[in-house]
Design a protein around this ligand. Structure first.
Ligand code: CU
Length: 85
């Protein structure tokens, strides 16, 4: 699963590295792309949730972390054109 996290309090590349390291230390989480203000992560839903990732980031000093709702979260269901059965 992937999640997009909006992160307040990041201002420079140092913050990016700090957040990236923190993400990669969370069991089941891999930082895919981290930029100032935002992180995209891959996570194992059996080990963690976006909410607990956000909590972990707050613990390492990112003051405001919110999980961006995945607008396309339902896409993988792939209902077929006749409405399924
Ligand atoms: Cu910084």
């Amino acid at each position: 699963m992937e999640a997009t996290l909006k992160i307040e309090g990041m201002t420079c590349e140092h913050c990016v590295r700090h957040v990236t390291d923190a993400l990669n230390e969370i069991p089941g989480v891999k930082a895919l792309r981290v930029i100032v203000g935002q992180a995209i992560v891959a996570y194992d839903p059996s080990q963690t949730t976006p909410e607990s990732i956000a909590t972990a980031l707050k613990d390492v000093g990112a003051p405001g972390v919110s999980v961006v709702p995945q607008l396309n979260a339902k896409a993988p269901e792939q209902k077929n054109c006749c409405g399924g059965h």
